[in-house]
Ligand binder design. Structure first.
Ligand SMILES: [Fe+2]
Ligand SMILES: [Fe+2]
Length: 142
């Protein structure tokens, strides 16, 4: 069984990762270079709004559960190379999907069924992000 406190602690890790995603996509959009810059800048920028929406949702939920929302983002690794940026993003999305799948189980155990349902929607969002990255990484460019 997962108690409320454990659930809140997990959600705060998720929140730090969503803030990380906002900073990562913003930074990579600013720094991406090379002949695919225009495309990738647009792609990274488009993700910012969605990740910020996830962060807002989690901060609100943590507060509703009686916790204090985290304010420190997880660290963002710096990359000069476009392919490394996309690899970093793909891995971050894959990690987030795993965390949300675990959090969904914990939410159900804690009797937070609305949260479990919303986490499922977020798993769908993050899966879409991961798949877009994977498709771009499949290209023949270096
Ligand atoms: Fe997200
Ligand atoms: Fe994402």
């Amino acid at each position: 069984m997962t108690d409320k406190q454990t659930l809140i602690e997990g959600l705060n890790k998720d929140l730090a990762a969503e803030y990380q995603a906002v900073i990562m996509y913003t930074t990579y959009a600013a720094e991406v270079s090379g002949i695919y810059r225009k495309e990738l800048e647009g792609f990274f920028q488009a993700e910012v709004a969605e990740e910020l929406g996830h962060a807002r949702y989690l901060a609100n939920k943590i507060s509703a559960l009686g916790g204090t929302p985290a304010t420190e983002p997880a660290g963002v690794p710096h990359h000069d190379n476009v392919r490394d940026m996309l690899e970093e993003v793909r891995q971050a999305e894959a990690d987030t999907i795993k965390r949300y799948a675990r959090r969904k189980d914990e939410a159900e155990e804690a009797g937070e069924f609305g949260l479990a349902n919303d986490l499922e929607d977020m798993i769908s969002d993050e899966t879409r992000h991961r798949e877009e990255c994977e498709k771009m990484l499949r290209g023949s460019w270096k």
